[in-house]
Design a protein around this ligand. Structure first.
Ligand code: AHG
Ligand code: MN
Ligand code: MN
Length: 341
């Protein structure tokens, strides 16, 4: 039985050698906040924290009480831990910069979606937290734009927590993907899914098909491709769509499949946010042997220009993402230009 804490230290020793323990501490702090949020999510119906906060975030979305609570818990844990200099959060318009005493020696920046799938909170469907950890480019009291706006290729760690039928923390530091199941009886995350690999192909496709008429021709053709009858390639595939990226991605990671949140003519960049939703799951997908694309190019290669930037997402089993990209290239070659560069 290996705990998350033991595993993090072991991995650091093995891959970094000179580990100072700072990164391990940071990741542990995320694990601690995750336990608190897990408790709140589990008891939400009992403790009067379901429903809306009555406020709207920078994306114009209504904030749920649990969005705000989870955001506060992660910020608190990361501030106390002193390894993180600043946080990019879905729930904060600007970068949350910690005070100078904290930032001076803190080497890391965290981008976070504290609660993903918040529209599902009231109906007991799995929800999650998504996080990305970057190393600062500069050190000192001042946080620079280069510290904050880093491409996915610079990522140190990407991961998520899924608050589901059981709670799991899944992360990668670029040496494979590992999953830890939370045991509430002893309050520990235990290694349960070692070296997760996604199938090269699968038979699940996940997309909010209600938006069909707004999709680019390439997306429409790919959906039709998924629905065709072809025994050799195991088609028609099956549809599974929960509506929280963490849950949809987690299922497809374990089972094999593709998740798509495409752009539309009205919103060419789609809905999902590059820095705290797409980049971390893209890193996980690649580390598991899968692929993540905006329909034309690799998600991890995109240079963010602002912290709440959105991007279309095609992610999952490599062969399925390849096929979807092929459809985009053939049937919607012009759409690529509409996606923000
Ligand atoms: P969040 O709750 O953090 O705002 O994210 C919701 C996102 C994502 O989790 C999910 O995949 C997607 O919204 C679902 O959107 P639709 O309801 O448009 O399908
Ligand atoms: Mn989200
Ligand atoms: Mn969210």
């Amino acid at each position: 039985m290996k705990t998350l804490v033991e595993f993090i230290w072991e991995q650091q020793e093995q891959h970094v050698g000179y580990a100072t323990g700072e990164f391990s501490r940071l990741l542990n702090d995320i694990g601690i906040a995750a336990k608190i949020v897990n408790r709140d999510v589990n008891r939400a119906g009992l403790s009067g924290i379901l429903g809306s906060e009555g406020t709207v975030n920078v994306q114009g979305e209504s904030q749920k009480k649990l969005d705000v609570l989870a955001n506060n818990e992660f910020i608190k844990a990361l501030r106390n831990g002193k390894q993180c200099a600043a946080i990019i959060s879905e729930e904060n318009e600007d970068v949350v910069v910690f005070d100078e005493k904290t930032t001076e020696n803190a080497k890391y920046i965290v981008a976070i979606d504290p609660l993903d799938g918040s529209s599902n909170i009231e109906v007991n469907v799995p929800i999650g937290t998504i996080f990305a950890i970057y190393k600062r480019k500069s050190l000192g009291k001042i946080i620079t734009t280069e510290d904050v706006l880093q491409a996915g290729t610079e990522l140190v760690c990407g991961g998520y927590i899924i608050y589901g039928s059981s709670t799991m923390l899944v992360y990668t530091t670029g040496h494979g993907v590992n999953g830890f199941t939370y045991d509430p009886t002893c309050g520990l995350f235990i290694l349960s899914h070692e070296n997760i690999k996604i199938g090269e192909t699968g038979n699940i496709y996940s997309i909010n098909e209600a938006n069909y008429i707004y999709f680019a021709e390439g997306v429409k053709r790919y959906i039709k491709y998924c629905q065709e009858d072809d025994k050799a390639s195991n088609r028609p595939y099956t549809t599974r769509y929960i509506g929280s990226l963490v849950s949809d991605f987690h299922r497809n990671l374990l089972r094999g499949g593709i998740y798509i949140y495409p752009g539309t003519l009205k919103n060419p960049n789609g809905k999902l946010r590059l820095m705290y939703e797409c980049i971390p799951v893209a890193f996980l997908a690649e580390q598991a042997g899968g692929k993540a694309s905006d329909g034309y190019k690799r998600i991890l290669d995109i240079q963010p220009h602002h912290i709440h930037q959105r991007v279309p997402l095609f992610i999952g089993s490599k062969d399925m993402v390849d096929k979807a990209e092929e459809m985009m290239r053939i049937y919607s070659p012009g759409f690529a230009k509409l996606i923000e560069d």
